[in-house]
Write a protein that binds this ligand. Structure first.
Ligand code: AMP
Length: 152
C-alpha cells in the first residue's frame, strides 16, 4: 500500500457520500492522511481532484476490507454510511477488535445514540443536531420541549 503515514497515523472514513466525501476532502486539504471506503466505486467521484488520500472499494463491515485499509494503524475511524447498523458494526469492530482510540459513528436513529456512547463510541445524530440548530433559531420559544427521545 502507498505511503500514507506522514504523521504516523491516518483516518479511515467509511462511506463516501455527501458527508463522508466532504469530510475526506477537508481532512486531505489540511494535510491529514485519509483512507475512504465505499461499497460503490462511483461514490469516489464525489472526492475533489485535489484529494490526496486512498480510496478502497468494498463493504466496510467486512473485516478483510478493513484489514486491507490497514485499520490496525488508524488513529481514528469515522463511519458515515447511510445505514445505522453498518455504522454501528464498523464502529464496534474498530473499537473492540482493532482497539482504535477514536471512533465516531453517524446514527440516524436518536434512540441508539446514548447506548453506543457508553461503549466509548462517539456518535453524531443529524436529527439531534438539527433540533439544536432549530433551538438556536427560535430564541423566543422554550425548547426544552424539543428534546429528542435519545437525549432523555
Ligand atoms: P450518503 O447517504 O450521501 O451519506 O451516502 C452514504 C454512502 O455510504 C454511499 O456512498 C454508500 O454507497 C455508502 N455505503 C453504504 N453502506 C456501505 C457499506 N456497508 N460499506 C461501505 N460503504 C457503504
Amino acid at each position: 500500500m502507498a505511503d500514507k503515514k506522514k504523521n504516523g497515523g491516518y483516518i479511515i472514513i467509511a462511506g463516501c457520500g455527501r458527508l463522508g466525501a466532504n469530510l475526506a476532502n477537508t481532512l486531505s486539504n489540511i494535510g491529514e492522511n485519509v483512507i475512504i471506503i465505499d461499497k460503490n466505486q462511483d461514490a469516489f467521484r464525489k472526492l475533489s481532484p485535489s484529494f490526496g488520500g486512498i480510496t478502497t472499494a468494498g463493504d466496510a463491515t467486512e473485516i478483510a476490507v478493513l484489514k486491507n485499509a490497514e485499520i490496525e494503524k488508524a488513529t481514528a475511524v469515522i463511519s458515515l454510511t447511510n445505514n445505522d447498523n453498518t455504522n454501528i458494526m464498523v464502529a464496534e469492530l474498530a473499537k473492540k477488535m482493532f482497539n482504535i482510540g477514536q471512533v465516531i459513528a453517524r446514527l440516524y436513529d436518536p434512540e441508539c445514540e446514548c447506548v453506543y456512547q457508553e461503549f466509548g463510541i462517539e456518535t453524531i445524530c443529524p436529527a439531534v443536531l438539527s433540533m439544536k440548530e432549530i433551538d438556536k433559531l427560535l430564541p423566543a420559544i422554550s425548547l426544552g420541549a424539543l428534546e429528542t427521545e435519545g437525549e432523555r
